[in-house]
Design a protein. Sequence first.
Length: 70
Amino acid sequence: MEIEELKRTLLGRTYPEKVKISEDQTVVDVPLFLKVQFIEVEKWQKDLHKCPAYLRLLKFKKAIEELENQ
């Protein structure tokens, strides 16, 4: 998934106050989380699929999809 597609999918929406993206990671400030992750992704110079921020965004997207499907 490209960065622009992630932006279209994730930005400009309303989210729960807390989003658990993995067993050991819970997002408690979604707007700040998204802002920081996208900044990090855009500065990443190596393989996008190895970028920690990109991987966190994918986890966040998956967690939101699972919440919506409950």
